[in-house]
Design a protein around this ligand. Structure first.
Ligand SMILES: [Mg+2]
Length: 180
């Protein structure tokens, strides 16, 4: 039996639209009025008057305290993933994050009935490119640039990655079907 081809999916801002809630929390804490679309740079500290530490703390707090409010990037995410599995692909969720957020990620995946074959939590600086997959869907410009042939990258459209012009891009997960 041939091994099934693995599609790797990033979690934050590919499956989970976490930055919608992150900006809500940012606005509360910093008495601001920004929207997700205002974050046009991957390095948030280049856009907002906030330190890298504060960015990370806010991110952790969103996952710990508001994970139930984080919407999927579209309401068919679970259906799309089931469809990919029915087509014979393995689904690997690969997510770089602070360990303290790990349980809330699994609660969130259960809440939204998202199936997957495995999940990789990266706690160090290991690049995603060293994990086994043939195609990665990610919103990070840094991860996108690290993926080398024969591996493939599909950029998930977000305001902070619009500068990446030479990569295949999807606006929602169901657009992946047309690229396989
Ligand atoms: Mg991401």
């Amino acid at each position: 039996m041939l091994p099934k081809k693995t599609i790797a999916l990033d979690l934050d801002s590919v499956l989970a639209d976490v930055m919608l809630i992150w900006v809500e929390e940012y606005n509360i804490v910093f008495h601001a009025n920004i929207r997700k679309k205002d974050i046009f740079d991957w390095h948030i500290h280049n856009v907002l008057p906030i330190s890298k530490n504060q960015i990370s703390e806010l991110f952790i707090s969103v996952w710990k305290n508001r994970w139930r409010d984080i919407p999927p990037t579209s309401n068919d995410v679970s259906k799309v993933i089931n469809g990919l599995m029915e087509q014979g692909f393995r689904i690997s969720i690969i997510t770089k994050r602070e360990r303290v957020t790990m349980p809330f990620v699994s609660y969130w995946l259960d809440l939204h009935k998202i199936s997957f074959n495995d999940i990789i939590f990266i706690f160090d600086d290991a690049p995603k490119s060293c994990f086994p997959f043939f195609l990665l869907v990610d919103d990070s410009p840094i991860n996108a640039k690290e993926i080398m042939f024969p591996k493939r990258i599909v950029v998930f459209d977000q305001p902070w990655n619009r500068g990446l012009e030479s990569f295949p891009r999807i606006m929602s997960l169901n657009q992946l079907f047309s690229l396989l």
